[in-house]
Design a binder for this molecule. Structure first.
Ligand code: ZN
Ligand code: ZN
Length: 442
């Protein structure tokens, strides 16, 4: 059978289950949960995976679930991912009144479409025609939020990393996956459109504490060391670095001051800042982060204060695989029309799919059917077929492309992919061990 015939069978099978896929999406929308606490959503995914008939792994990063569809033959393993978590937005119409959790990023649609891919591939009976394995992976905690809660989970030994995909990489859930796909909502785009390719900023976070010496601010300032003045100079020092940031790195450095001192008649001795360094390239982020550290330390030296800088790894920039993106692009056009698919572009937002894209070939296209603003009470699904069902078809068709003809396209994707980091290098980076020197580095 040609790939075209196989794709038609999968799409017909997905259409036959469309109402069920939409119901799953609605159910998760109505039962939102925050990262690493997606117990009900995880249970629903496990139930649905059981119906697909493959082996199931549970408890990945606390709530993550993985299954394999049972293809015949051997070959590369392609994964379709969905994220389990919502955010906190108590004013959203579908917020959980108890917790305030709400799906304001559309991850409920990701789970529904991922299950739709599984239903389509299994029901159509085409798996014996595909070489390789297909994994479905429901991942926890994409949103980098709830830092205190995650710190507590970490102290309890339940997680090491605050982002769900990093945690799953550590636990080995990506060890046998050769290529990964996930599709995100496109907020404010109600039309039947997709976007594919392009890149996203990565980021790292810093928690900063300037320490000085308290003293009477009127009577004995000469006995004090003013940590607020050190922090103010530090911020100016960072501003003075901005002309050295390269345009192509799209660097953003932004601060908040979370403690500026205690009482106005005491020389401030404890001043705290938090900041993000965002950028399009890891090298750019690390370069800017070094300059930030230098400016903050220089400011502390000028005043005679000290500064403690805690680095918190955020997410890596997103690098989408061109061959995978081309396949997805062609399939998307076949579903929504020639001029309906946008290509390329850079977004200053971040996702932990960026981390995965440094390790294995990955794509993170997005699809329409949504109104309102992302991470906001106005976020809503206005075209359920486009949000839940059509992307399942596009992803399943891309799986077919990859694994027909003895998996020739998947093998090409894997052969041509140059990993930016190995798993060990990546985990080392997250643990603050820096990055390995590559050939050609100065
Ligand atoms: Zn989000
Ligand atoms: Zn999201």
């Amino acid at each position: 059978m040609t790939a075209q015939v196989l794709k038609q069978k999968v799409c017909d099978a997905i259409d036959a289950r469309a109402q069920e896929i939409i119901e799953i999406g609605r159910h998760i929308l109505a039962h939102p949960e925050v990262g690493y606490h997606e117990e009900e959503t995880s249970r629903l995914v496990t139930e649905q995976f059981a119906k697909l008939g493959g082996p199931i792994q549970k408890g990945l990063g606390i709530t993550g679930v993985k299954t394999y569809l049972e293809p015949h033959g051997s070959g590369p393993t392609v994964a379709v991912l969905g994220e389990l978590d919502g955010l906190i937005c108590p004013t959203h119409p579908h917020a959980d009144p108890r917790t305030g959790a709400a799906h304001t990023c559309g991850h409920n649609a990701q789970i529904a479409m991922m299950l739709g891919v599984g239903m389509g591939l299994v029901d159509s009976g085409i798996l014996p025609q595909l070489a390789g394995r297909i994994a479905l992976l429901a991942v926890p905690a994409e949103e980098y939020v709830d830092i205190e809660d995650r710190a507590a989970l970490r102290r309890e030994g339940k997680i090491e990393f605050y982002g769900g995909k990093a945690q799953l990489v550590k636990e080995g859930a990506f060890d046998d996956i050769d290529a990964a796909m996930i599709l995100h909502s496109m907020p404010g785009v109600a039309e039947r459109r997709f976007a594919v390719g392009g890149s996203c900023n990565g980021f790292l976070a810093k928690a900063i504490r300037f320490r000085g010496t308290a003293s009477h601010a009127g009577a004995r300032p000469e006995h004090g060391t003013n940590a607020l003045n050190a922090a103010a100079l530090g911020i100016l020092g960072v501003h003075a670095q901005r002309e050295t940031f390269r345009d192509e790195d799209v660097i953003r450095v932004h601060f908040v001051m979370t403690k500026g001192g205690d009482l106005v008649n005491i020389v401030p001795d404890d001043v705290r800042l938090e900041l993000f360094v965002r950028g399009k390239t890891l090298e750019g982020i690390l370069d800017a982060a070094r300059k930030v550290d230098r400016a903050l330390q220089g400011a502390a030296t000028m005043i005679g204060a000290t500064v403690e800088i805690e680095d918190l790894p955020g997410y890596l920039p997103l690098l989408q695989d061109k061959v995978l993106a081309d396949s997805f692009h062609a399939n998307a056009i076949s579903l929504t029309g020639e001029n309906s698919v946008w290509r390329g572009g850079h977004m200053a937002a971040s996702t932990d799919m960026g981390d995965i894209s440094h390790l294995i070939p990955s794509i993170h296209p997005s699809g329409g059917g949504y109104a309102g603003m992302i991470h906001n009470e106005t976020f809503s699904i206005v075209d359920e077929e486009m949000a839940y069902v059509t992307p399942a078809k596009a992803l399943a068709m891309t799986v077919v492309d990859l694994l027909t003809d003895d998996g020739v396209l998947a093998k090409r994707v894997i052969r041509e992919f140059v990993p930016r980091l190995t798993k060990d290098e990546y985990l080392g980076y997250l643990r603050g061990e820096g990055l390995p020197k590559k050939d050609g580095d100065e």
